[in-house]
Design a protein around this ligand. Structure first.
Ligand code: 5GP
Ligand code: ZN
Length: 134
C-alpha cells in the first residue's frame, strides 16, 4: 500500500468506487472517465507502478477477472490495455488493466499502430538476443 496512491485509497475504501470484484489479491471497478459503456479497471492489490514491479502471484487472477467483466458487459469486441510509464499514457502509478468495450468505430479505444519496417535478419538477431535472456 502507498499512502499517496489513489488506487490504494480506492482499495481501502477511502475513495469510493463502483466495485465489481474483490479478492485477496485483486480489485476491479468501473473507470470514472469511461471510453465506452462497461470500461473497467482490474488492479492487483499489491502496490507497484509498472507491471514489472508486481510479483507473479499477484498477477495470476487479473486476466480471469478482466475476462469475466468482459463477459458480463456483453461486449463482443473489446481491448485489454495496460500502460507503463508517462510516454506510454500511464497517468495513475498503480498497475491497472483496462477492459474497454469497443462497440463501434468511435467509442472505446482508438489506437495508432505505427508499424516499423524490418527484415528477417534484423528480427532473427533480436530474437537471438532476447531468447538467450528468457
Ligand atoms: P492510465 O492512463 O493511467 O492507464 O489510466 C488511468 C485510468 O484511471 C483513467 O482511465 C481514469 O479515468 C481512471 N481513474 C483515475 N482516477 C480515478 C478514480 O478516482 N476513480 C476511478 N474509478 N477511476 C479513476
Ligand atoms: Zn497503489
Amino acid at each position: 500500500m502507498s499512502a499517496a496512491c489513489i488506487f490504494c485509497k480506492i482499495i481501502k475504501g477511502d475513495i469510493p468506487s463502483f466495485k465489481l470484484f474483490e479478492s485477496d489479491k485483486v480489485f476491479a471497478f468501473l473507470d470514472i472517465q469511461p471510453l465506452s459503456r462497461g470500461h473497467a479497471l482490474v488492479i492487483p492489490k499489491y502496490h507497484g507502478a509498472k507491471l514489472t514491479d508486481i510479483p507473479d502471484e499477484d498477477l495470476a487472477e487479473v486476466l480471469p477477472v478482466a475476462k469475466k467483466i468482459a463477459q458480463v458487459t456483453g461486449a463482443e469486441d473489446f481491448n485489454i490495455l495496460q500502460n507503463n510509464g508517462r510516454i506510454a499514457h500511464q497517468v495513475v502509478d498503480h498497475v491497472h488493466f483496462h477492459m474497454i468495450p469497443k462497440p463501434n468505430q468511435t467509442e472505446g479505444l482508438g489506437i495508432e499502430w505505427p508499424a516499423q519496417a524490418t527484415d528477417m535478419d534484423k528480427l532473427k538477431a533480436l530474437f537471438e538476443e532476447l531468447k538467450a535472456k528468457m
